[in-house]
Write a protein that binds this ligand. Structure first.
Ligand SMILES: [Zn+2]
Length: 432
């Protein structure tokens, strides 16, 4: 995106020499930036200022005669001054009128160039394969870059989510990479507004003289002020990572060049690690994981059966050891950190025993869980047994005559008091 006012030519030198990453210049002004950091204006600069969806360059500036550089942490274009502002991490000792040597962070610049060029390319490929136009983009060298496709005038409602099929996405990706392999020249040139009609731009910008055109040789033409690779081959490779709905747009995330290589390395390292752990080849991972999921399901089923058997055995044992009280069998058991589902399962088993009256408790240090179960000939209702016990610590819960469940936050003292008084409370209920 070009600036609103034409920059001075010596302030946008990256446009004519995007690969010039080290240069000498003279400081014209040293100032304090609006964020409080020191900043300098230079008589000429190759630094790229934030704009058009692309982040700024970073780098270092060596003051004349100094060995230690200061870091350029932000770069932006000041529309009023028509100058590029270089924000520094600390003040320069050099004054206005003195010379400096600047070095742009080449890795960051390269990532931006690769992603920005890939964005132009993908944009044209999306038009060619799907007819969808890009309305905005965000170029980032570290996390995946994005471009937003407009869905206006296309499918409506739910069908929009499936506007691009996976087959179309692959076609877009294949076409973009094909043009990368063709190593086409990426030209930049300026046109005057009267000649704009001669350039087949995919989006016509507001009339502006001396408009910068970026052309992927014979394939894509766009008005752009960003940094781009001189040939498509330098993009290396482009990979679409995902497409997701963003209101009326489809957001496409992608990686290119160096970042794509790193992404591949990260994914490959992770997959290799998993493949080693499973003792299979990477290509066989999907089958191996599917097999493991099936095995896990079988094991879980078996575990459930064993757990049920164990609980039946435990319930019978508790019942056999139960204290008889006026024709009932009183089962009282307390546990530490026992899942409430297991207490409930024990209750489910014992409620089928006609003369059983059971109360199960568990404490995890903060919360008491309670399950009460009453057989059909016990003469007691489980919800009454539960309510009686919950009253000791203001717990909550409910159920029916045969099974009730509840609990609540409680201190260790409250749990101890519950255990100490539980049998007595039950005996009172039974005698009533
Ligand atoms: Zn561009």
């Amino acid at each position: 995106m070009p600036p609103k006012t034409s920059p001075k030519p010596d302030q946008f030198l990256y446009q004519v020499a995007p690969l010039c990453l080290e240069f000498e210049a003279t400081i014209t002004h040293a100032l304090i930036n609006k964020d409080g950091h020191p900043a300098v204006l230079l008589d000429r600069t190759y630094f790229y200022p934030t704009g058009g969806g692309q982040e700024h360059d970073t780098g270092i500036i060596y003051p004349a005669g100094e060995m230690n550089p200061v870091h350029v942490i932000d770069v932006y274009y000041d529309q009023e001054k028509r100058m590029v502002v270089h924000v520094l991490d600390q003040p320069l000792k050099t004054r206005a009128g003195e010379s400096i040597t600047a070095r742009i962070d080449s890795g960051r610049r390269m990532r931006h160039m690769q992603h920005h060029s890939a964005q132009h390319l993908l944009t044209q490929c999306f038009i060619a394969i799907t007819g969808l136009e890009t309305v905005s983009a965000n170029i980032n060298g570290d996390t995946p870059s994005t471009l937003d496709l407009s869905m206006n005038g296309h499918a409506t409602g739910e069908s929009r989510a499936h506007l691009i099929s996976s087959s179309e996405l692959k076609q877009v990706e294949d076409l973009a990479n094909q043009i990368i392999y063709e190593n086409r020249e990426i030209k930049t040139y300026f046109v005057e507004s009267r000649d704009l009609a001669t350039v087949p731009l995919r989006r016509i910008p507001p009339a502006l003289d001396h408009l910068r055109i970026v052309e992927i040789d014979g394939y894509d033409y766009s008005a752009c002020g960003g940094t781009h690779c001189p040939r498509t081959g330098m993009i290396g490779v482009v990979k679409i990572l995902k497409v997701e709905r963003q209101n009326e747009k489809l957001r496409v995330s992608f990686v290119a060049g160096q970042r794509a290589l790193e992404y591949f390395q990260e994914c490959h390292a992770t997959l290799s690690q998993i493949a080693t752990q499973l003792s299979v080849h990477i290509q066989d991972l999907a089958t191996a994981i599917q097999h493991m999921q099936e095995q896990l399901k079988e094991t879980q089923k078996e575990l459930q059966l064993l757990r049920a058997e164990r609980l039946h055995w435990e319930a019978e044992k508790l019942l056999a050891a139960a204290e008889p009280l006026i024709g009932r069998k009183l089962v009282l058991a307390s546990f530490k950190d026992r899942p409430v589902i297991e207490l409930r399962m024990l209750g489910e088993i014992l409620k089928e025993k006609p003369e059983a009256v059971a109360l199960f408790t568990s404490y995890d240090g903060q919360k008491i869980s309670l399950v009460a179960a009453c057989g059909s000939e016990s003469g007691l209702a489980a919800q009454d047994v539960l309510r009686d016990q919950l009253a000791t610590f203001n717990g909550r819960g409910g159920g029916d005559a045969h099974l009730a469940q509840g609990g609540g936050a409680a201190s260790r003292e409250q749990f101890d008091a519950l255990l100490a008084g539980a049998a007595e409370k039950l005996a009172v209920l039974i005698r009533q």
